[in-house]
Ligand binder design. Structure first.
Ligand code: GLY
Ligand code: MN
Ligand code: MN
Length: 548
């Protein structure tokens, strides 16, 4: 008995459930070509797959690919790397400008963890060069030939992984010599990445290098804001002197010192996020199709819950109905942890416990999004558990609705995110003043404490520049009012949290609300909640009756 337990606990559980891409190799090739066009001259960009994250003991979380990596490759497996070169490289087979590194075939590991792919299969995905990951360390050294080696900031959440090999019929646990940990270590070594790297200091030095007599005051201000974020940097000799040296010409000396301090480095961790923001904020036709599907699935989830909801339900059961609908449509996951909060829980912006056992007659805030082939929706509805808004709930709801309606209608190419936010803020502030919940518009901030809008895509908070709206952006419009208990207003308003969130495609003709299929006005919600749900027939035995 004992030995079989050891046998079954011998290998850790890593779940490779990430979905394959739905988009074509040509789509990703186009993305990589567009990306290459944005790279600085004579540079190489190095991107990595996401780490495997541990849940507890020998159980890992279900694997989720890094969105930037997925965006450029469609590749769903871990322990992989991608290099994209600005200028063509040469090997025995000729010129190439990109190379992906993937895990090698391994019958034993595949038996436990699932299929890996032959290099010829990976090649079919449209990469100019494919290689086993062990080759990465040879290719990444040396990097002096490049003016810049671009990568994303290193995070410290990667474990050095073990793997299993069969030797003489014996299973051996060994260090995986080419896992993500090693791939990144190879890059660190190749670019001479400093042990004591400080991102803010690095940014400060970059700013100093950009200084000239016309912008010196501006650079000083930027340095001051950097030092305000990390006061230790005021001890840094170069930064300190730049900030405090009275002569205008000091910057030249500071630049010399900075250049000396940076002389061994050609890496750049600032440009990639900017390139990805430029690219990812505008969606391609294919991406928009997937987003529309993710949103449509989430809309059905909201509709089914509106029909099924009653005061005896738990928050978790409601969450389960949404997520069951997602799975039924083939969505692999939620794009973020589902939020289902009744009453006071609806006032907690990132409430994800969802453990209230009875929602009773409260208002229930439901912020959920299906992730469909990598792309995620982000839809919120707030509805009364018993199907009818109380006068207080209705009054507050109407303010949020009006703010959202105005912001959706104003979501046109050329309008800025800032303008939209203030438009919604002013409506919320005016409404709260009319209800005598606040006395001055500035107080609305404490009841509407978050932003109005963000991009969605492979991330729920997708990268972007957040300047003005443009065609083929897909953004949320999500005003809210949250009045927790003990707020400085009449107690009849307490424990009401409301957010209405829709996903809007910006088209040349104006906004297209992709989540309009689920009602968001009071009438529409109350009408739908009167409809019967098929789930009424889905009655399970009481748990107590199942256990002696
Ligand atoms: N669900 C996260 C958000 O609405 O931004
Ligand atoms: Mn959102
Ligand atoms: Mn949301």
């Amino acid at each position: 008995m004992k030995s079989s337990i050891i046998f079954f606990t011998f290998l850790s559980f890593t779940f490779l459930a990430a979905q394959h891409s739905k988009l074509s190799p040509e789509h990703y090739k186009e993305q990589r070509d567009a990306f290459r066009n944005l790279l600085p001259e004579n540079s190489v960009a190095v991107l990595f797959s996401a780490p495997i994250r541990n849940r507890a003991n020998d159980v890992d979380y279900v694997y989720h690919q890094d969105p930037n990596f997925f965006y450029l490759t469609g590749w769903h497996q871990p322990h992989s790397a991608l290099m994209i070169y600005k200028n063509p490289q040469r090997d025995g087979a000729g010129q190439y400008r990109e190379k992906i590194y993937v895990p090698e075939r391994d019958a034993y590991m595949e038996m436990w963890y699932g299929k890996r792919y032959s290099l010829s299969d990976v090649k079919k995905l449209g990469f100019e060069r494919v290689a086993e990951r062990a080759e990465f360390k040879n290719d990444i050294t040396p990097t002096e030939q490049f003016d810049k080696v671009l990568f994303f900031e290193f995070k410290n959440d990667i474990r050095n992984q073990t793997m299993y090999v069969l030797k003489n019929g014996q299973r051996l646990k060994v260090e995986d010599p080419n896992d993500l940990f090693d791939l990144k270590a190879n890059l660190r070594a190749a670019v001479n990445f400093p042990q004591d790297f400080n991102k803010l200091r690095h940014s400060a030095y970059q700013e100093i290098m950009e200084a000239d007599e016309n912008n010196i005051e501006e650079v000083r201000e930027i340095l001051q804001s950097i030092v305000a974020r990390d006061s230790m940097l005021s001890q840094d000799n170069i930064i300190n002197k730049f900030l405090n040296e009275p002569t205008q010409n000091y910057y030249k000396e500071a630049q010399r010192q900075t250049a000396f301090a940076l002389r061994n480095y050609n890496f750049d961790i600032e440009t990639l996020p900017m390139i990805m923001a430029d690219m990812r904020e505008i969606k391609s036709k294919d991406e928009i199709q997937l987003l529309k599907k993710a949103v449509a699935i989430s809309v059905v989830g909201q509709i089914e819950v509106m029909k099924a909801m009653h005061p005896g339900m738990s928050e978790r059961e409601i969450q389960g109905i949404h997520e069951f609908v997602y799975r039924k449509y083939g969505a692999a996951d939620e794009g973020y942890p589902s939020i289902v909060g009744a009453g006071e829980n609806g006032c907690i912006l990132h409430y994800i416990e969802n453990d209230e056992e009875e929602i009773e007659n409260q208002l229930v805030l439901m912020d959920l999004g299906a992730e469909y082939y990598g792309y995620t929706a982000d839809v919120t509805r707030t509805i009364p558990a018993n199907g009818v808004f109380s006068p207080e709930q209705r009054a507050l709801y109407q303010i949020v609705y009006d703010a959202q309606e105005a912001a959706i209608n104003a979501s046109k190419a050329g309008t800025s995110f800032g303008e939209l936010y203030y438009l919604s803020y002013d409506i919320v502030a005016k409404g709260l003043m009319e209800l005598k919940i606040i006395e001055d518009p500035s107080e609305a901030r404490s009841y509407y404490p978050h932003g109005l809008s963000h991009h969605i895509g492979l991330d729920v908070h997708d990268p972007g520049n957040y300047g003005v709206l443009a065609p083929n952006m897909v953004v949320t419009i999500e005003p809210g009012i949250y009045i927790p208990a003990n707020s400085p207003c009449d107690s009849k308003w307490w424990n009401i949290g409301i957010r209405i969130e829709d996903d809007v495609l910006i088209t040349p003709l104006g906004p297209e609300n992709l989540s309009a299929g689920v009602p968001r006005d009071v009438e529409g919600i109350e009408t739908l909640m009167r409809e019967d749900s098929v789930l009424k027939e889905f009655i399970l035995p009481e748990l107590e009756t199942l256990v002696q």
